[in-house]
Design a protein around this ligand. Structure first.
Ligand code: DON
Length: 572
């Protein structure tokens, strides 16, 4: 794989003012939405302060991986509902110079004491609270290991250099935006059940948070400082590990020191596919994202989506029919590849996509009950946050990481100042019983000791003629795959600029439940036509938050998703 290197900013000595967009950009002449321009590099994250951290690292000579790792730690401070060191995720890294695209799997793992029926009661009923809000809801966290691996293999700066901004933000505090205040105020009932969480995240006088107040995290600052000084093993074998296991024990959980000690991030080859001449690289299992993005794109490739147009009933029908077939396969064939043979080649083959496409009528929806996981010919497979970084040395990073729900299990590590994930809910607690995102699974995604739970996270890099072209991904649980798919299609099929592509209304079909979920913004005519074809169209809240970058002859263009009021693109 490729070597780490520093960013070759041509104008390093000139302190360039960043081009900035926080949330929605204004409508100026010509186009309705405009990406944020950058000549040398671009950072797009879900939080203004995290984007600033990444920007400053790039300005100071760091490369895109240095910036991505700094952002990962900064988001753990300024956006504790999803930014984390107590969770996990996936990072896709592309190096244009060598042509290599790689990925780091830092997904959580089930503790050694985990077992298949651990979230069922004596009668075999699934106990949701156990997989979502207990100490056993947490998988062994991977973020610190993953960030350190990315930095060591592909970064150019030291760990304490890239962690310094996060430590400062935790120690000195930062001014909170409305989204931060509302998030904590609205989650009071759940989070205050745990004394440690209550103490860390709420005021002593019990009053609500208000935008503009300052939030400090002394315990978290100390934890980050220990990691910066002693390296990632501090988290897995040092004082931080002691605090973590003490908290787990106090809440009756099964995770042990041994589980932490044994945790390792894994570098994996990403899934690769092609779409209308573009190369698509996305996360391989244990995420389902890459497999299904490629599978759906393959099903769409021979239809003229440009001709049928964005937001038309014809385009939405075809895409949703392709989506539901992919999600049906997900329920059977996807899981941790170290435990279950995932038929990646078969699922992502053009031949299989042709077979599935042939089942789709252009006039009529297929009810989901008439669809099941396909028969494969044997070939051999609430709140998360996504950010994208790219630099002019040709490095690009697409990273999605999470605690699963907003604030994860709601249990904070006493003495270490961070929240634990509730990622164990992403396993299939029982075949056929949906998880929090309505996804079902079976044997491939059953709980097993040391196994990684199936994810939908889809950090993706699209290349054109060997050059990084689109860096994208999103949060949104089961909606991550379709959100990312639609950003890609909006750019490639509908010629949108990156800001239009991330702002455009979205739709989603995940096979079960049998509904075509849409955001606000599609015309009533389109909805009527879709209903006439047999789709159960349901309008629900906004989906995803795709922080994306497009790179072309004109330079870098950042698209910050207006669905998050703190989204921010910064160009250099
Ligand atoms: O890995 C997954 O697919 C889920 N744990 C992601 C959760 C998520 O995106 C929540 N957010 N919006």
């Amino acid at each position: 794989m490729f070597k780490g290197k520093s960013l070759t900013l041509t104008c390093l000595l000139v302190m360039l003012m960043p081009s900035v967009a926080d949330a929605a950009t204004p409508i100026i002449e010509g186009e309705r939405f405009h990406g944020v321009p950058g000549q040398h590099a671009m950072v797009v994250t879900s939080h203004t302060l995290a984007s600033r951290v990444g920007h400053d690292i790039l300005r100071d000579g760091g490369n895109a991986v240095d910036a991505a790792v700094a952002i990962g730690f900064a988001l753990a401070v300024v956006q504790p509902r999803s930014g984390n060191i107590g969770g996990g995720g996936f990072m896709v890294i592309s190096d244009e110079a060598s042509g290599d695209v790689t990925s780091i799997d830092y997904r959580e793992t089930a503790p050694a004491g985990a077992f298949e029926t651990m979230f069922q009661d004596d009668e075999g009923n699934v106990v949701e609270a156990a997989s979502r809000y207990s100490a056993n809801a947490s998988g062994v966290p991977g973020t610190v290991s993953g960030m350190a691996m990315a930095l060591e293999r592909y970064g150019s700066m030291s760990l304490d250099r890239v962690m310094a901004p996060a430590i400062r933000l935790a120690r000195d505090g930062f001014t909170i935006p409305a989204r931060f205040a509302d998030g904590l105020n609205d989650s009071r009932e759940q989070l205050e059940k745990n004394d440690g969480t209550q103490r860390l995240f709420y005021k002593a006088d019990g009053s609500d948070w208000r935008a503009g107040e300052v939030f400090q995290q002394g315990e978290l600052a100390a934890t980050l400082e220990r990691i910066a000084q002693n390296g990632p093993r501090e988290f897995y074998e040092g004082e931080t590990a002691d605090h973590l296991i003490d908290t787990i024990k106090a809440h009756g959980g099964i995770m042990t020191h041994e589980d932490l000690k044994n945790y390792r991030a894994i570098e994996r080859a990403p899934v690769h596919g092609t779409y209308r001449g573009y190369d698509v690289y996305a996360m391989a299992p244990p995420s389902s994202g890459g497999v299904h993005i490629v599978q759906i794109l393959n099903m769409l490739e021979n239809d003229d989506l440009t001709g049928t147009g964005f937001g038309s009933a014809a385009s939405m029908h075809l895409m949703s029919e392709a989506m539901r077939r992919a999600y049906a396969d997900r329920s059977k064939y996807l899981g941790d590849p170290d435990f279950f043979e995932v038929p990646v080649k078969a699922l992502t083959s053009k031949d299989y996509a042709r077979e599935l496409r042939a089942q789709i009528s252009l006039e009529k929806a297929t009810p989901s009950e008439a669809i099941g996981p396909g028969n494969l010919t044997p070939y051999e497979s609430n709140e998360t946050t996504h950010y994208s970084v790219a630099d002019d040395s040709g490095l690009a990073v697409s990273n999605t990481y999470t605690l699963n729900f907003s604030y994860g299990s709601g249990i904070a590590v006493d003495g270490a100042g961070f929240l634990l994930n509730n990622e164990m809910d992403d396993f299939s607690a029982k075949p056929g019983v949906p998880n929090a995102f309505g996804l079902i699974g079976g044997e491939a995604n059953a709980v097993e000791p040391g196994k990684r739970m199936l994810s939908s996270m889809t950090p993706t890099i699209v290349k054109r003629d060997g050059k990084n072209f689109l860096i994208t991904g999103s949060p949104g649980g089961s909606r991550i795959i379709t959100t990312t798919l639609e950003v890609i299609s909006n750019v490639i099929d509908h010629g949108m600029n990156v800001q239009s592509a991330v702002s455009a209304p979205r739709f989603h079909d995940q096979w079960l439940p049998d509904e075509l979920r849409i955001e606000d913004g599609f015309s009533p005519d389109t909805v009527r036509l879709l209903e006439g074809m047999g789709h159960n169209v349901v309008q629900k809240s906004a989906m995803g938050a795709s922080q994306s970058i497009l790179i072309n002859e004109e330079g870098f263009q950042g698209g910050a998703d207006p669905r998050r009021e703190t989204s921010s693109a910064l160009g250099l």
